[in-house]
Design a protein around this ligand. Structure first.
Ligand code: NDP
Length: 483
């Protein structure tokens, strides 16, 4: 039996009140390890330590902070193969995606390392004579980071890196489904030149330790990625203390395929966007809104492409789709397949549980045809390797259908028309819009976030992150009389 992996609190590795098993969804006989679950007292210790350490960290020189973030980023990138393998083993995404995610996480740290040095602010003359105004950003204080299992390293990194860069302390509650990636990143952070308690890992369930964290008046800001219902609860808890919040939640992203599209490109984008990461992405293309002029040809190639995708063990050679993350997720996905069929959609392929050499949570990628945007499979986030085709008669109808959702994270259009692409870019009601690119896959140096139920609060990533991780101070300085 492997030794239990511990929480990291106040600069020490500490055993928890209990522990959980972490198993490989590609092969449930593979026990990755046992992971400590923090107690309420330990959370309090983390909160005490974080407040103390934050003051010390804020006073560190900016080059010292920059070196810390650069070291973390460089180590993540250098160890992308090893840590990506661990990530794929516990989350189930194919190895190339796991490695890519760890590398990308490293890039978040190196990007924000540079931000430590980019300290230009704003200044102005007062409307009153001989008075100058200086506007600066200061750390918010103690930041709670609550991250999901689907991008266990990248999502956490795009929160932790700016939190530290802008001078804050961090308490990280990762998803209990993916503690190994959280522990590995924490191990790297624990070796850096930081005050004890600046960074704390508190593994535990969302309902207990997560809830206690978001209810704490000692947390100054909460950055959350996860589901809409949990997000609503966090917002309700946060407002009691007027805690600043930033939340990225679900979506129902659409890829609009126009009759003038490059057919092969459209199919490639749809397959990658729908089934990459086993469809477990908040940016997944779960609605394919297809112009009737290209519909039949598109659907033939789409279904053939989905049927040809190789499903299997995340670490297997040439695997394109790994298992879904858990038995619960698999059950929910299969329930959506049954729901879609009962709503009148035609299941053209996939959507079935698969038996493999290893006992894991495998299902074949499913494509629904003849669907309407009113169906629940087109309104609710499924987080599954499932996608729906909605046939439309015009560009205008496509755009209206894209926007007919209470979510609004990403949307894309596949077209050769500059006029349609431009109109779409201006009128799609999503935080991210793509043209001739998949709806999933974003950069790290520009803002990320959505509209509607997909996001709440300031944007993440790039320089936009400063809005959330800092608070603005306006200083008025009277120069006085020089004589
Ligand atoms: P959740 O919203 O349940 O979990 C996200 C994070 O919040 C996890 O760390 C979780 O902990 C934590 N959490 C859960 N309850 C609370 C609480 N009361 N207070 C504080 N923190 C809490 O998402 P899941 O991971 O369970 O996935 C469910 C659905 O969420 C998916 O099917 C999908 O629709 C959506 N989702 C969206 C993502 C996105 O990127 N937009 C990412 C992941 C999920 P714990 O691990 O203990 O549950």
């Amino acid at each position: 039996m492997s030794e239990t992996k511990l929480n990291y609190i106040a600069g020490e590795w500490v055993a928890g009140a209990s522990e959980i098993e972490n198993r490989n969804p590609s092969d449930i006989t593979d026990l990755i390890g046992l992971y400590a679950q923090a107690s309420a007292d330990q959370l309090n210790d983390a909160l005490d330590a974080a407040a103390r350490a934050q003051a010390e960290w804020a006073a560190y020189g900016m080059e010292r902070k920059q070196a810390v973030l650069m070291n973390i980023g460089n180590e993540l990138m250098a160890r992308a193969e090893e840590l990506g393998t661990l990530l794929s083993r516990e989350e189930g995404k194919p190895l190339a995606e796991g490695k890519g995610e760890v590398y990308r996480a490293g890039q978040f740290f190196t990007y924000y390392a540079a931000e430590c040095l980019r300290q230009l602010g704003e200044n102005a003359d007062s409307v009153r004579p001989n008075i100058e105004v200086d506007v600066r950003r200061e750390p918010v204080g103690v930041v709670a980071v609550i991250s999901p299992w689907n991008f266990p390293t990248a999502t956490a990194s795009w929160k932790i890196a700016p939190a530290l860069a802008y001078g804050n302390a961090v308490i990280w509650k990762p998803a209990n489904m993916t503690p190994a990636s959280a522990h590995a990143l924490t191990e790297i952070i624990s070796r850096q030149d930081m005050p004890k308690g600046l960074f704390n890992l508190v593994m535990g369930s969302g309902g207990s330790i997560g809830q206690a964290l978001v209810e704490s008046p000692r947390v100054n800001a909460i950055s959350f990625t996860g589901s809409v219902p949990v997000g609503r609860g966090i917002a309700a808890a946060a407002v009691q203390n007027f805690t600043k919040i930033q939340m990225e939640m679900g979506s129902k992203n659409a890829l609009a395929v126009m009759d003038d599209a490059d057919l092969d490109l459209a199919v490639t984008l749809a397959l990658g966007g729908a089934f990459g990461g086993t469809g477990q992405k908040c940016t997944a293309s779960s609605r394919l809104i297809v112009h009737e002029g290209i519909h039949d040809a598109f659907v033939d190639k789409l279904v053939a492409g989905a049927q040809a995708m190789k499903v299997g063990h995340a670490l297997g050679e040439g695997i394109q789709i790994g298992p879904v993350v858990s038995q619960q997720q698999l059950d929910e996905n299969l329930a959506y397949v049954a729901l879609g069929t009962s709503e009148g959609a035609e299941l053209a392929c996939g959507g079935a549980r698969l038996s493999m050499e290893h006992d894991g949570f495998y299902m074949s990628p499913g494509v629904f045809l003849n669907t309407t945007n009113a169906m629940r499979i087109n309104r609710e986030e499924m987080f599954a390797p499932l996608t729906s085709v909605i046939k439309v008669g015009s560009y205008d109808e496509a755009l209206a259908t894209v926007n007919d959702t209470h979510f609004g994270l990403t949307s894309g259009i596949v077209t050769r028309s500059l006029a349609r692409a431009t109109h779409f870019r201006r009128n799609a009601r999503t935080g991210v819009v793509t043209v001739n690119l998949p709806t999933a896959g974003t950069d790290y140096h520009v803002p990320f976030g959505g509209r509607g139920d997909s996001s709440y609060g300031p944007r993440e990533q790039g320089r936009a992150a400063a809005e959330f991780y800092t608070t603005v101070k306006t200083a008025y300085i009277s120069a006085g009389d020089p004589a």
